[in-house]
Write a new protein. Structure first.
Ligand code: CA
Ligand code: CA
Length: 269
């Protein structure tokens, strides 16, 4: 397998485009260069393509492109926004957020766009979702108990349950590669920060200390590091931090806005 890359969104060339870079921030490359917005890129588990939200038609549809930005394929087709795709670990299913039912839900579809189905089917707002690395569970966020909290369910939508009770809004869950931890953002202690907790919802720990909101967590392939977005100097940048909270660095380090990082599969150098 090739070396792993991080994909992210940046507006340095005019509109929001998809970029890739090495895990040390070097070799940043624009792979879309379109006149419209792309958002929320997510590597396929084999590293060959990227699912993302494409706004050429307005509100957002889920598309796939190859890792070099070629061969865009449209997967969703309706007037409501379809956002935030995530892959199943076997690469066969893409889950995403949509309000096509006039209600924000987590949907699943096959990787060719067929069999689009509602997993959460709940009147509350279900926004962000992520598979466990063994494919047995999906973590997602819902405000069905008043605040945005992290829930888990089976891949068919059954067995929905709250993972833990937080006194803040929790969002952007991301499962660690070994399945033992979930990274997320929370404002339970004031400004939103990056946290990790065990996959059973226990033992939450705060990793960061930013004055402005952070979020959009993604794990390195080894699980030793987490990348995320933070707005420290009036613009969004992609930061990397060790699992124990050490070695914080601004990874993208550009004069533009960089956000929505996803650390892809492959050998980590
Ligand atoms: Ca663009
Ligand atoms: Ca809902």
């Amino acid at each position: 397998m090739d070396a792993s890359k991080i994909t992210f969104v940046c507006d340095r060339d005019g509109t929001f485009d998809l970029f890739v870079m090495n895990p040390d921030g070097s070799n940043q490359k624009n792979i879309t260069r379109t006149a419209w917005e792309e958002d929320h890129p997510r590597w396929s588990p084999d590293g060959k393509c990227i699912a993302f939200c494409d706004r050429r038609h307005g509100k957002g549809e889920i598309y796939l492109i190859d890792a070099d930005g070629s061969r865009p394929r449209r997967l969703t087709r309706n007037s409501a926004p379809d956002l935030r795709p995530h892959w199943s670990p076997d690469g066969q299913t893409i889950i995403f957020t949509t309000d096509r039912d006039d209600n924000v839900e987590i949907y699943a579809m096959n990787r060719n766009g067929s069999n689009q189905r509602n997993l959460t089917d709940h009147p509350a707002r279900e926004l962000e979702s992520t598979y466990s690395p063994d494919g047995s569970q999906i973590a997602f966020t819902s405000d069905r108990n008043g605040r945005s909290q992290i829930y888990v369910m089976n891949p068919d939508g059954s067995g929905q349950r709250r993972l833990h009770v937080s006194h803040g809004d929790d969002d952007d869950p991301a499962w660690s590669p070994d399945g033992r931890w979930i990274a997320f953002k929370s404002d339970r202690d004031g400004d939103a920060q990056v946290y990790v907790m065990r996959a059973d919802g226990s033992d939450a720990r705060c990793l960061t200390n930013f004055e402005k909101g952070v979020g959009e967590t993604s794990w390195s392939t080894t699980g030793r590091q987490i990348v995320f977005t933070a707005n420290r100097d009036g613009r969004q940048q992609i930061y990397r931090i060790d699992f124990d909270g050490g070695n914080l660095i601004n990874l993208s380090n550009s004069p533009a806005n960089d956000f929505a990082p996803d650390w892809g599969p492959g050998i980590e150098r």
